[in-house]
Design a protein around this ligand. Structure first.
Ligand code: 6R9
Length: 651
């Protein structure tokens, strides 16, 4: 059969946007949110609605006023006092949940730990006292540069316990990236590790930290977690072992009552463009947002075993590994390593072993699983799963259906969650017991969130494409960019004169009001005067049975303004050829139109991505247009792009 007609599958039928998939009956019946009236309640009195949500938390002092909005500056729950670590730990222990497992930790090399809420509480309290003893006070910044070990969670909660502001830097980032973030935040203390494990190899985290520390005069002390157990240089007076300090620390540390608007953390965004921005989140609104979305979207039950595969160095880790799960008293799995170590079924083994009920992962991972083949998930018992989630990028319908069928076995709803570091919490997704799903669509805005598609002029487009915008303030919104008010205004609020938040994403709404994300607007291509989204062309390519993953960019073209260049990763068992190139070009033409036909297709084994799995199209454009590469500090694997450049230059 010719490969073009071969892939006229179910995807084509579902992709038509006419079809929807209803949540399974038994899921619906047991769902936490069953009644669509919640949308109307939120709409009728948004502030009252958010107040109700905030009451899910424990406050030392209630707020006097819900919202103060001096565009573009928001304050939520003014006058209220609370502590994030108290909400994540103490209150569960007071509710007699101390013996409940908080974290099943799975080390890549087979080490495991099962930590109860009581255990986590003890670690956090001691570390909080350690931080205090090192002179860390409320408002001081603490940098955290750790692998996926429980100490990363302890460290974050220890900071929030004493009111220190954490700034977590992903453990795989370079020394340079770490240095810049430490200096921008003016952190006084760094928490790091002697090393970490990745694909069986040791990651020299402390060596990297030491390189950064040569140029970070603001750092006074360094606390080092022992993970690898190898000899590493420790600088006298500056570096201290976590376990030594821990042993000597007092057992209890009174949580610091924080103002709702006190800063909880700074997190530098993945930086797909230019210099990273330190996104600022405060305590009350952020915690309200992550706490309630965790419950609505993941439909939490007391016996769930939740697994979010994101690293804590990414916002998804902050919101749905640390503050969301812990403030809800959930049992979760935390995994240190790679999905293909030692075998390509590691994720499925983990699900089987811990009887994971909710899996939250990224489209890039799902596409890798598709590429590796169904034999891997088939080798494990995944029957414990009841809900699946996706985050980080638009998920193409092909990958959505693969996930639905091969991982969820047709009985788990999928929540495709759209949100950003800046939004703090999930904004657009389905309520799994209510919303009919459309593969590839993030569906609708959550209750209390006003999302619209706007045009250049800021007019609402009810059906059609444009810029995604949030039109009213929401509790977990960013409060600014650390140290750069002007950049905050310019980046998010200047487009429509402070009236509406500019998310930077292109999206489209269908006739049912469903949102379809098209990628970052900077990535949208202009071919012969027509806007074509990278996501759309990538989705069409991945829809072909030979293709595992693709990355598409627009390059300057004398005739058309921009022409499309596609980087394509083939599924195992397929080989690059002129014929394959022709077939794929034709396939895209058929699916979208001749205008979207790629000018060039380059077969490759990988594309450059950030650690959170986002394709760095900026770098691909550099490659395709023969420029020197721009900032590569946020790349997951810097070899990939060098390799690609070499390959491209040869062609
Ligand atoms: C949580 C996170 C934010 C950007 C965002 C958008 C893309 C995330 C998505 C999605 C389509 C989804 N994005 N989730 N696009 N559908 N479900 O990813 O935060 O790292 O700040 O990235 O990611 O482009 O603007 P962050």
């Amino acid at each position: 059969m010719d490969p073009v007609s071969q892939c006229k599958t179910e995807v084509d039928v579902l992709w038509s946007e006419e079809k929807t998939l209803q949540p399974p009956e038994n899921f619906k019946n047991r769902a936490n949110v069953k009644d669509p009236v919640i949308y109307r309640q939120a709409f009728q009195d948004r502030l009252k609605f958010w107040e109700e949500c905030a009451r899910r938390l424990d406050w030392y002092q209630p707020w006097d006023k819900v919202l103060e909005w001096n565009s573009p500056f928001a304050k939520w729950f003014i006058g209220g006092k609370l502590n994030a670590s108290y909400n994540c730990l103490d209150r569960h222990i007071e509710a007699h949940l101390g013996k409940k497992i908080a974290i099943y930790w799975e080390g890549e090399n087979g080490n495991t730990k099962a930590l109860t809420y009581q255990d986590v509480y003890e670690h956090v309290n001691k570390m909080a006292n350690v931080l205090k003893s090192m002179g860390i006070r409320k408002g001081d910044r603490v940098a955290i540069y750790l692998p996926m070990v429980p100490e990363a969670i302890f460290a974050m909660l220890a900071c929030s316990r004493i009111g220190a502001v954490h700034t977590v830097v992903f453990g795989g980032f370079s020394a340079e990236a770490l240095r810049d973030r430490i200096n921008d935040a003016q952190a006084k203390l760094l928490i790091t590790a002697d090393g970490g494990w990745r694909r069986g190899a040791m990651v020299p985290i402390k060596t990297m930290a030491d390189a950064a520390l040569g140029q970070t005069p603001c750092i006074e002390h360094v606390i080092v977690v022992q993970r690898i157990g190898q000899d590493i240089p420790m600088k006298q007076g500056r570096d201290h072992w976590w376990h030594d300090l821990w042993e000597k620390a007092e057992a209890y540390c009174e949580p610091e009552p924080m103002d709702a608007e006190d800063i909880l953390y700074i997190l530098y965004t993945s930086g797909t463009t230019g210099k990273p921005k330190g996104i600022v989140h405060t305590t009350g609104g952020y915690l309200t947002g992550v706490n309630v979305t965790m419950d609505w979207v993941f439909d939490l039950k007391s016996n769930d075993v939740f697994w979010c595969t994101a690293d804590v160095g990414w916002v998804t880790g902050h919101s749905y590994v640390v503050y969301g799960p812990m403030s809800n008293g959930v049992t979760q799995v935390m995994y240190e390593g790679a999905p293909d170590f030692p075998e390509r079924n590691r994720f499925w083994e983990i699900i089987q072993k811990y009887k994971v009920t909710i899996l939250y992962t990224a489209p890039t991972a799902i596409r890798a699983f598709m590429k590796w083949g169904v034999q891997w998930p088939k080798s494990c018992d995944l029957s414990s799963l009841r809900l699946l989630g996706s985050v980080g990028e638009p998920i193409n319908p092909e990958a959505w259906l693969w996930y639905y069928e091969n991982i969820g076995h047709g009985h788990c709803p999928i929540v495709d969650t759209w949100w950003q570091t800046e939004t703090g919490a999930i904004m657009i997704t389905s309520l799994p017991g209510i919303t009919a799903m459309k593969p590839g669509s993030a569906t609708k805005a959550l209750p209390g969130i006003d999302a619209e598609i706007l045009n250049e002029e800021g007019e609402i487009i009810k059906e059609g494409g444009g810029f995604l915008s949030i039109t009213s303030p929401w509790p977990s919104m960013l409060r600014g960019i650390w140290g750069d008010v002007q950049r905050y205004k310019d980046t998010y609020w200047s487009k429509w004169q402070g009236k509406s938040y500019f998310a930077g994403d292109g999206a489209r709404r269908d006739k049912d009001g469903y949102f379809w994300f098209m990628g970052r607007v900077d990535d949208i291509m202009l071919v012969a005067g027509h806007n074509i989204s990278t996501a759309e062309v990538e989705s069409a390519l991945v829809d072909h049975s030979m293709v595992a993953e693709s990355a598409v960019v627009g390059v300057s073209d004398e005739v058309k303004g921009q022409a499309i260049v596609a980087f394509v990763i083939l599924k195992d068992g397929n080989r690059p050829s002129k014929e394959a190139e022709g077939l794929l070009k034709e396939h895209v033409s058929q699916k979208i139109g001749a205008l979207a036909r790629p000018k060039q297709i380059l077969f490759t084994s990988d594309v450059p991505k950030t650690r959170s799995g986002k394709i760095m199209r900026r770098l691909l454009r550099d490659v395709a247009e023969g420029r020197a590469l721009g900032d590569v500090t946020t790349l997951a694997d810097s070899l990939v792009v060098a390799e690609l450049k070499k390959q491209y230059d040869e062609v």
